[in-house]
Design a protein around this ligand. Structure first.
Ligand code: GLC
Length: 616
């Protein structure tokens, strides 16, 4: 007697028995019973197993594919069974508001969950110093400033706020933190690094716990991304996406510890780095991805490529079948292929069909990806929790950002000129970075490269802060070029430095000096005889040795983000500076790379930072 028939007759008997006993009937599971993977009471592992058993190769290869919002509509994304959609830097919906983002992402989810298996996407965005793609988000100091602040618990809080504001828009996956250890300050991504030694990134990797919360399934949690694995900050000459020519021992000593810490913090994803290690692109390196990251470190989340990163494996434009199979076999679980996602899908399917990529690798990747989607609660809650939008960009969030700005300021020189007197003072403020939200926020702000502009994002400029802090009888004058400076002023503040950039566009192989405008301004103010304070707004230490004698005071403000008033808090002594350099400050860029312990003598050493001996 086939089991099925026995079961059926047994079931009839039981049903009859229940009817006779008058027991309340619980409807027996029918042929259209809820599949196990949709049962939130089941274990994640069982849900993944059940779901994968129902998936076709198309479903599985689709899950391993991430497209960009500009290249895939919700319908196209669902048709391709894409596992994820991302916003590249500056890729934003209209209106660029929390509601606009939620409407956009919920449309992708509606399409995805309307397919046969209804697997939700996970939407990713670069939340590298707040939810910085979205207008009105709280924009925190970039990592170089947080490294100087040396306050991991504050950084964890920044992670929690960033997650809250991201989840409020439907973004449940942040491509942060960058745990790079920048060894050559000429690198355009130095400001994304917490410091030049692994200890800075290790200490601040706790941001992962802020981003991911106590549980990924919390409505205010998002999945973090430890990036970029591995060696991005160690390239020769600080060339972005260049070649990191170091031994395995040095790779382990300098660049691996932050990822060990990230795994210990339970990071959900890791992004592979564009750079090569001794001539081999990380994106195709099985030893790094599978043996080191997944094997030795025991990373159980999923690995994502960087933007078209697999194209670089053979050094030629575009990707080939060989690159697809090399990257996937190396351990890549999901591929960020912003535009050519259909070509990637068909190529990977063919590489499975011809045996170049074993089904076991496809299944491993899917198990990793689906595990995170279940843990994020996306199957139960695929749509945005819009109740979180009430706190988006709130005063409370901005207050935390302002505290982070205060703590990130590094006082490098003070010959009795700081703190500034609040009352009965006459302050002349100058410089291109004194009143420019865009310059003080830097790259990855509303757009990929960032942009100059006084009011690019809501917040306070450094000048706003100086004006707001001025007390009775104090006059504050601003002129970008220093026109109008005269001996009637008691102090001049020149806010100089860099304008926004990101990634390779920020590489400075030819020197780290101030630009001509800044050099001329400092000379002009020096010539006036008015005591001068120089504030640098920059993504790295700059070559200011020639200007240093002209300044009575020097403060490194880094890239403070939306709360420029936090810089003024330090200038006025409302916050006694505690920041310490997490990067050796060179005498000249000709010293690069220069790092603590290498025997070179910089202008200011790693760990240096002054405080006020007395308050005005
Ligand atoms: C970029 C960056 C990476 C970022 C990704 C998506 O090229 O290297 O840090 O997360 O693309 O924007």
């Amino acid at each position: 007697m086939p089991l099925l028939r026995t079961t059926r007759s047994l079931r009839t008997t039981v049903l009859a028995g229940l009817l006779l006993a008058g027991t309340a009937l619980v409807p027996m599971a029918s042929a259209t019973a809820t599949p196990l993977y949709k049962d939130s009471r089941a274990s994640v592992a069982d849900r993944v197993t059940d779901l994968m058993a129902r998936m076709t190769l198309d479903d599985k290869v689709g899950q391993m594919t991430e497209g960009e919002r500009g290249a895939a509509t919700p319908a196209q994304s669902a048709a391709a069974r894409l596992g994820s959609i991302l916003s590249g830097g500056g890729s934003t919906p209209t209106p660029n508001t929390p509601a606009g983002w939620a409407d956009m992402i919920d449309a992708y989810q509606r399409a995805a969950t309307s397919t046969g298996l209804g697997i939700p996407i996970v939407y990713g965005s670069d939340t590298v110093h707040g939810h910085n793609n979205v207008y009105g988000a709280t924009v925190f100091p970039h990592n170089i400033g947080l490294g100087a602040a040396n306050d991991p618990q504050l950084v964890k809080q920044i992670g929690a706020i960033t997650a809250d504001e991201s989840a409020a828009t439907g973004v449940k996956w942040g491509f942060a933190p960058c745990l790079c250890v920048a060894r050559d300050d000429r690198w355009g991504r130095t400001y994304e690094s917490y410091g030049e030694v692994p200890a800075n990134a290790v200490a601040n990797s706790v941001i992962i716990e802020g981003l991911q919360g106590a549980s990924l399934s919390n409505t205010t949690s998002i999945m973090a991304t430890a990036k970029h694995f591995i060696g991005d900050g160690g390239t020769t000459g600080g060339v972005d996406q260049g070649n990191t020519q170091i031994s395995l021992d040095e790779l382990r000593k300098i660049h691996l510890p932050p990822f060990q810490a990230a795994v210990a913090h339970g990071v959900g994803s890791v992004m592979i780095s564009f750079n090569s290690w001794n001539g081999v692109k990380d994106h195709g390196n099985k030893f790094l991805i599978t043996d080191l990251l997944k094997g030795e470190l025991g990373f159980s989340g999923y690995v994502i490529s960087d933007w078209n990163g697999i194209d670089q494996i053979d050094g030629q434009p575009g990707f080939t079948a060989a690159e697809v199979s090399q990257a996937v076999n190396a351990g890549m679980d999901m591929v960020m292929v912003p535009n050519d996602y259909l070509k990637f899908i068909s190529t990977l399917k063919a590489e499975v069909g011809n045996g170049h990529v074993p089904m076991s690798r496809i299944d491993d990747a899917n198990r990793r990806i689906l595990t995170k989607k279940f843990e994020l609660g996306l199957f139960e809650h695929p749509y945005t929790d819009r109740s979180l939008q009430q706190d988006f960009g709130s005063a409370a969030h901005h207050a935390v950002a302002r505290q982070a700005v205060r703590e990130s300021q590094v006082l490098l020189k003070n010959e009795g000129v700081l703190p500034l007197a609040k009352q009965n003072n006459k302050i002349f403020v100058a410089g291109k970075n004194a009143n420019d939200m865009g310059n003080q926020a830097g790259g990855w702000t509303l757009t990929w490269q960032g942009q100059s502009g006084t009011r690019v994002i809501p917040g306070t400029t450094i000048l706003d802060g100086i004006k707001a802090g001025a007390g009775k009888g104090t006059v504050v004058t601003y002129d970008r070029a220093g026109n109008g400076i005269n001996s009637g002023y008691k102090v001049a503040v020149a806010v100089v430095g860099e304008t926004p950039y990101a990634e390779g566009q920020g590489d400075r192989p030819n020197g780290l000096g101030l630009d001509a405008e800044d050099v001329a301004l400092i000379a002009k103010l020096k010539a006036s005889g008015v005591p001068l304070v120089v504030v640098t707004v920059s993504g790295r230490p700059l070559d200011i040795a020639a200007q240093l004698p002209s300044a009575r005071g020097l403060v490194a403000a880094w890239l403070p983000g939306s709360e420029g008033a936090g810089v003024a808090d330090v200038l006025y002594g409302d916050y006694n500076p505690t920041g310490k350099l997490s990067f050796t400050w060179p005498k000249s860029s000709s010293q690069e790379p220069i790092n603590v312990g290498d025997g070179k003598q910089g202008l200011f050493p790693y760990g240096f930072g002054l405080s006020y001996s007395r308050r005005r």
